[in-house]
Design a protein around this ligand. Structure first.
Ligand SMILES: Cc1cc2nc3c(=O)[nH]c(=O)nc-3n(C[C@H](O)[C@H](O)[C@H](O)COP(=O)(O)OP(=O)(O)OC[C@H]3O[C@@H](n4cnc5c(N)ncnc54)[C@H](O)[C@@H]3O)c2cc1C
Length: 398
């Protein structure tokens, strides 16, 4: 917790979340991420029940909705703490992609959709997924898209091919991005539609193997065919043609959430690196940490993580005060900066652990495998850098 940004609410909550992670989550996390998902889910459901009893549930939701009503800057610091475990966010129902879908539906879904899908999602009774990217089109510019939703009577008929729909395995519904208005201007062609995963024609092709790991359940990414999927027209979120606008709304807070979580991973990997450096003996009482190269990595990592944290909290503060649109440049900046700090710190920590670092006996290999995507999803580095530079250069008249 950063003293400068520590509100009274945070001062009370932070130690409770820390104690919960230490007692309930850290001792079992390694088994959970390497075991079958259904087993992990059962054990995590028990932990979720404990979190609810302790009053830690979904801290970003308002108190009226069963949460704690944290601001973005408060949630940022809790999210960092949760990020120190790969299942921390899940334990408190703050995990992507559900948190993004919750925020999106909260702002833009009809009351019926809220009652049917959002409420059980907020309560942790079901999971969801977000289905936008397609293998045949560049996901970094999703204006081009093959999936269509054609209105027939009072139903949309959806056809398309998606992939990297994270956590689709076991999800109750997908929010699908599909072209509804092909003749509209390019940013007004697509819409977001809720598709229950038991709809005939919702066909999971496979869970995609990522660096040798197919995963399962919540920890997976699916390829999906939508084949004449019929859903009620009332499953539309917001207005027809508002898909891109809603995607932007969803991605703003989503990017901050990821950055906060990554700093938590960095802190854990850093802690592991320091413990290893302080204890691994090379020869005659000389420890790894006596080597200057290792000392450099420790110092560089410390400086980079501190910088990343302040940048993220600054972006969160701007978002709290001025909204997501005003914080666009800050969000682009942290998205690529923090993702690269994460890569560096994880890589150094693995290197300091030697062969142990690439085994599945520590969490480092899990994170290395699963977080390489950080530089790609929610906008690849290059797109954020280009967007930031354009905004800066605009101030110079270019
Ligand atoms: C772990 C993970 C989880 C994901 N989860 C989801 C999900 O739940 N739902 C979903 O819909 N999608 C998801 N995605 C997909 C993700 O959004 C896309 O991978 C991303 O938008 C990039 O699209 P692409 O893979 O088609 O790459 P492309 O668009 O083909 O880009 C390939 C590369 O080209 C470069 N590039 C692209 N544009 C530019 C540019 N303007 N200037 C310079 N270089 C450029 C970048 O290096 C980029 O990595 C996930 C991806 C990953 C890796």
């Amino acid at each position: 917790m950063v003293e400068l940004f520590a509100t009274d609410k945070l001062k009370t909550l932070y130690p409770k979340v820390k104690a919960f992670l230490e007692k309930e989550i850290y001792p079992i996390e390694l088994q959970l991420v390497h075991g079958p998902w259904l087993e992990a889910k059962e054990r995590l459901d028990n932990k979720r029940a404990i979190a609810k009893t302790l009053g830690l549930w979904a801290p970003y939701l308002s108190e009226k909705e069963g949460g704690i009503g944290l601001s973005m800057i408060e949630f940022g610091q809790i999210s960092e703490l949760l990020g120190t475990s790969p299942v921390g966010h899940y334990a408190l129902n703050c995990q992507a992609p559900d948190i993004g879908n919750i925020e999106l539906m909260h702002q833009s879904a009809s009351n019926d959709l809220k009652a049917q899908y959002l409420k059980p999602l907020m309560n942790g009774d079901i999971r969801s997924c977000f289905s936008m990217t397609e293998p045949e089109f560049a996901g970094s510019n999703p204006i081009e898209m093959g999936t269509t939703a054609v209105l027939e009577g009072d139903e949309y008929v959806i056809n398309g091919h998606k992939w990297f729909t994270s956590s689709a395995d076991g999800a109750a519904f997908a929010i699908v991005m599909a072209v509804t208005n092909p003749d509209a201007s390019k940013y007004e062609r697509a819409s977001m539609i809720v598709v229950p995963t038991d709809t005939p024609g919702f066909e999971v092709v496979r869970n995609i193997s990522v660096m040798g790991d197919v995963g399962g359940g919540y920890i997976s990414h699916s390829e999906i065919n939508y084949v004449n999927c019929r859903v009620p027209a009332t499953n539309l979120i917001g207005e027809e043609g508002s898909g891109f606008m809603l995607a932007q709304q969803r991605l703003g807070p989503g990017r901050i959430h990821h950055c906060m979580r990554w700093i938590g991973i960095c802190e854990r990997a850093f802690d592991m690196m320091c413990k290893r450096a302080a204890t691994r003996e090379l020869r005659d009482g000389k420890k790894l940490g006596h080597q200057q190269t290792i000392q450099n990595w420790i110092s560089e990592s410390r400086a980079e993580i501190n910088a990343a944290r302040f940048m993220v909290l600054h972006a969160a503060d701007k978002m709290d005060k001025e909204g997501s649109k005003a914080a666009r440049m800050e969000i682009s900046t942290i998205k690529f900066f923090v993702a690269n700090v994460l890569m560096q710190v994880l890589d150094r920590s693995i290197q300091v652990h030697g062969a142990l670092g690439i085994t599945d006996d520590t969490l480092l290999s899990f994170w290395y495998r699963h977080e390489r995507g950080a530089r790609i999803y929610d906008g690849p580095d290059e797109v954020h850098k280009a967007s930031l530079a354009k905004s800066i250069l605009r101030q110079y008249g270019l």
